[in-house]
Design a protein around this ligand. Structure first.
Ligand code: 4AD
Ligand code: MG
Length: 466
């Protein structure tokens, strides 16, 4: 690891000591006899101001210290006369690792649009906005692991390549193979698009997982409390600001738990991790509050302190029907909640996150426990203002006969789920869990508008760079 300190630590440290800083030049300003250079190394929102007095640095080096260049600065940390920063670095020596031509460097000082920054996803991590986004993302991931580890949950790595379909929604990516060694030489034969990909590798069709839940259930029925945290894939053709083809999901699964325990955990979990990120990334969140959503901090503080609203699906439908609104998607018992309905409930009726439970079985997955009424299942969705569904979960059907019937009703093949049924034959137990859409929570935390801007490398219909 390189010698020197993170800028975060330099800014928090004592003055009057020698310091070595590394980073990328954000801006440079020259005035008579003195140069001010802001550098950032990604460790914190604030830049370190480097002050270069005339003659301190050779002209040939100074010339290369332009926006985008990567540098090492050695000098002395001194109190800063400027407002807004306690200290600055008085440069004694500068080494330029890599120059950046100011005329062509795509990341200029002016505020770029999110669309433009998406096109330069290899450089956007150096911008203020994306520096903040990815620090928050890191802190959120850590808060999630801490939450579960502190409570004795086992972290289980469920497979990325799977041969079972968890949600039964049918929008999965298939896995194929391509033998690169036996490809014709470029220009001599079929091109990639014409090549016959083989699906025989596993002896049966395989897919990218849509959820680690079914495999997490296996582990919950051995380790009691477990969680997964990994990438999931959905081939649904939804081009919206809330859908990705590749996204990260956090899925706890608990044995000897029912829907009420599941709901309680989800609420405690969301509050704890939001509070933790507010603690660790306040300057980043303050930036979002100023730049993107003036309500974001206030909303988060409110969410951490107050309790979520709880309604059954049937009650939610009644509220929507009594609203007097002219819905684009008609509201009736049995219909799924659309984004306009979710927004009305969270933003106008309850003005906080809402947990909706006990949905009709027809609109939920096969594995959810059927209620005594025979029409609804023990499902719960957590809806957040502005975002909509951030968590989907349920108590699982632990009764062998009922599960088998549901698998048949849903038109799934029972041979495929033999092991899932086995779990209900040998030592079955009530159990429950949920899935948190990691990027959906990122949207909520940052106030960012588009899910493409809270994941490093977004994959959406028609778009996958790198
Ligand atoms: O509601 P979903 O489909 O639930 C499951 O997959 C369950 N197996 C989870 C479980 O009980 N263990 O997805 C869970 C969450 C959603 O609430 C949403 O936040 C997020 O995953 N999600 C997406 N996020 C981004 N892009 C997409 N295409 C998403 N689809 C779902
Ligand atoms: Mg869902």
């Amino acid at each position: 690891i390189r010698k020197g300190e993170y800028i975060r630590d330099i800014l928090a440290g004592d003055v009057g000591r020698p310091v070595v800083a590394h980073g990328w030049v954000k801006t440079r300003r020259d005035s008579k006899g003195i140069h001010f250079v802001q550098i950032n190394d990604g460790s914190c929102f604030a830049d370190l101001q480097v002050v270069i007095e005339n003659g301190a640095i050779e002209e040939s080096v100074l010339k290369q210290v332009t926006t985008g260049a990567s540098v090492r600065v050695e000098g002395e940390l001194v109190p800063s006369p400027a407002s807004g920063q306690p200290v600055e670095l008085k440069a004694k020596a500068i080494f330029v690792y890599g120059t950046a031509d100011p005329a062509s460097y795509p990341l200029q000082k002016k505020g770029h649009t999110m669309e433009f920054l998406r096109e330069i996803a290899h450089l956007r991590p150096r911008s203020n906005t994306f520096g903040a986004v990815f620090r928050v993302r890191n802190a959120l991931a850590k808060a999630i692991h801490d939450f579960f580890q502190e409570r004795g949950f086992l972290y289980v790595h469920t497979p990325i390549i799977t041969t079972s379909d968890c949600e039964g929604a049918g929008a999965m990516f298939g896995v194929t193979t391509l033998d690169l060694m036996n490809l014709p030489r470029y220009g001599e034969g079929p091109r990639i698009g014409e090549i016959d990909f083989s699906q025989d590798f596993f002896g049966k069709p395989a897919y990218l997982t849509v959820s680690g839940q079914l495999e997490a259930e296996i582990f919950a029925l051995a380790f009691t409390n477990v969680y997964t945290f990994g990438p999931t894939f959905r081939a649904e053709n939804s081009n919206t600001p809330r859908h990705l083809a590749e996204f990260w999901m956090v899925e706890p699964e608990m044995a000897f738990c029912d829907l009420q325990d599941d709901i309680a955990l989800a609420e405690e979990f969301l509050k704890a991790i939001i509070a933790k990120v507010m603690d660790e990334c306040l300057p980043d969140l303050e930036f979002f509050n100023k730049r993107f959503d003036p309500q974001v901090l206030e909303t988060l503080e409110h969410v951490v302190k107050s309790s979520f609203a709880h309604v059954s699906y049937t009650e939610a439908i009644e509220i929507l029907q009594k609203s007097g609104r002219n819905w684009e998607f008609p509201v009736h018992w049995g219909a799924d909640l659309q984004s306009e309905h979710e927004r009305y409930l969270t933003e106008e009726v309850f003005r906080r996150p809402v947990i909706v439970t006990d949905y009709p079985k027809e609109i939920k997955a096969f594995y959810m426990r059927v209620n005594e009424d025979g029409r609804t299942v023990r499902a719960m969705d957590v809806l957040a203002p502005r975002i909509g569904e951030i968590i989907g979960g349920s108590q699982r059907e632990e009764r062998y006969d009922v599960l088998l019937q549901r698998i048949r009703e849903c038109g799934l093949s029972e041979e495929n789920y033999w092991w899932y049924l086995d779990l209900r034959k040998y030592g079955s137990a009530p159990h429950a869990g949920f899935g948190l859409g990691f990027e959906r929570l990122m949207l909520y935390l940052t106030g960012m508008k588009n899910i493409r801007d809270v994941i490093p490398f977004p994959r959406t219909p028609g778009s996958a760079e790198f």
